[in-house]
Structures are given as structure tokens and as C-alpha cells.
Write a protein that binds this ligand. Structure first.
Ligand SMILES: NC(=O)c1ccc[n+]([C@@H]2O[C@H](COP(=O)([O-])OP(=O)(O)OC[C@H]3O[C@@H](n4cnc5c(N)ncnc54)[C@H](OP(=O)(O)O)[C@@H]3O)[C@@H](O)[C@H]2O)c1
Length: 174
């Protein structure tokens, strides 16, 4: 595959990522990191693709979706689902096809949720994982999958908001 493909997520110490279809926390610094990382391209004529499950799409407030400056792709098994301004696809293969047919796509970011991460983390072509490790436990019902040992962590930065510390980590093959 010609594109780099990353997962990007924020998880608590027990890999919790969500509760009742929502994020368990509100961290402006992490949102900013997510925006910047998923929007930034090396080639100014290109843009990135963000891929998400239907549940994650529904968790984004209407006024913030589709996510601006990125090609939004939503995964659903519902063949009748149509979302304005967004591509709805029924399989992972279709995502790769869309990316390969669109010369303007630079990188692919898989932005969740749990069911979608579980499938993409197994991809041989996975380039890396941007993980914000939140150093406080939250009540969660959705979890990030186990990170393959071949991906090694590199600490990028850290932050703190209202007493909640977090670290930005990039896992990638050395
Ligand atoms: N902390 C973070 O970084 C982060 C990031 C994103 C999301 N989240 C949280 O994660 C939770 C949502 O995760 P989730 O696991 O419940 O849902 P999800 O992964 O967002 O979406 C699952 C849905 O995606 C579709 N889907 C998944 N795999 C597919 C495939 N191979 N082919 C076709 N369609 C496919 C199906 O939609 P249909 O049912 O329509 O068929 C499935 O029900 C929420 O709490 C959210 O806030 C956290």
C-alpha cells in the first residue's frame, strides 16, 4: 500500500477510550494534538483521510462534522446509509480503494472507535499509532486493543489539564 496508515487514539492506563458512545474526558490539549496531527500534510496540495466507525461518527457533535480539512470516511455495514459530505463504505477494502484512487490523499488516520481499531491494528501495513496516554483512570466501556510488540514507543510531548496528566506517544516499527 502506498499510503502511510496510522491509528490515533487517547486511552487511560487500562486502555479505556470511551463510555456510552462518548469520550470519557474533555481535554483541549489532546483535541488540539488530534486536529494538528490529522490535518498536517507534507505536500500542501494534499490532505489526509480520517476513517471512523459509524458509532464514532455519531459521537462527534453535528457542528464539528465532517471534520474539516480532511477527507472523512465512515465505516458501516448498512448499505443504505448516506451521510452528506462524507463517504460511507461497507468494508476495509473499500477504504484502501478510495485512498488509492484519490491522488490527493497523503496519509490515512484511523480515528476509532474500539471495533475499528481492533481490525486496523492487525494490518501488516500499519505505519504506527499516535497514542495519548492519559494518566488517570476513567469509567469506560470501550477499550483500545493490545499494541503489537513490534511497534516501539517514542515519547513526543506531554501535557496537563485540570490536574490530569497525559503523554503523547508515537508507536512505530524501529
Ligand atoms: N479515546 C479515543 O481516542 C476515541 C476515539 C474514537 C472513539 N472513541 C470512543 O469509542 C466508542 C465507540 O467505539 P465502538 O467500538 O462502539 O464503535 P466504532 O468502532 O466507532 O463503530 C462501530 C461500527 O462501525 C461499523 N464497522 C466497524 N467495522 C466495520 C467493517 N469492517 N465493515 C463495515 N462497517 C464496520 C459498524 O457500523 P454499523 O453498526 O452501522 O454497521 C459498527 O457498528 C465511543 O465511546 C467513542 O467516544 C474514543
Amino acid at each position: 500500500m502506498k499510503h502511510k496508515i496510522y491509528l490515533i487514539a487517547a486511552a487511560d492506563p487500562k486502555n479505556g477510550i470511551g463510555i456510552k458512545g462518548k469520550l470519557p474526558w474533555q481535554l483541549k490539549g489532546d483535541m488540539k494534538f488530534f486536529q494538528e496531527t490529522t490535518i498536517k500534510t507534507d505536500n500542501a496540495n494534499k490532505r489526509n483521510m480520517v476513517v471512523m466507525g459509524r458509532t464514532t461518527w455519531e459521537s462527534i457533535p453535528e457542528k464539528h462534522r465532517p471534520l474539516i480539512g480532511r477527507k472523512n470516511v465512515v465505516l458501516s455495514r448498512n448499505k443504505n446509509l448516506k451521510i452528506e459530505g462524507t463517504d460511507v463504505v461497507n468494508s476495509i477494502k473499500d477504504i484502501i480503494k478510495i485512498a488509492e484512487e484519490d491522488e490527493r490523499i497523503e496519509n490515512i488516520f484511523v480515528i476509532g472507535g474500539a471495533k475499528v481499531y481492533e481490525q486496523f491494528i492487525k494490518l501488516r501495513e500499519l505505519t504506527g499509532i499516535y497514542l495519548t496516554r492519559i494518566q488517570k483512570e476513567f469509567k469506560c466501556d470501550a477499550f483500545f486493543p493490545k499494541i503489537p510488540p513490534k511497534l516501539k514507543p517514542e515519547k513526543l510531548n506531554k501535557g496537563e489539564e485540570e490536574g490530569i496528566k497525559y503523554e503523547f506517544i508515537l508507536y512505530k516499527q524501529k
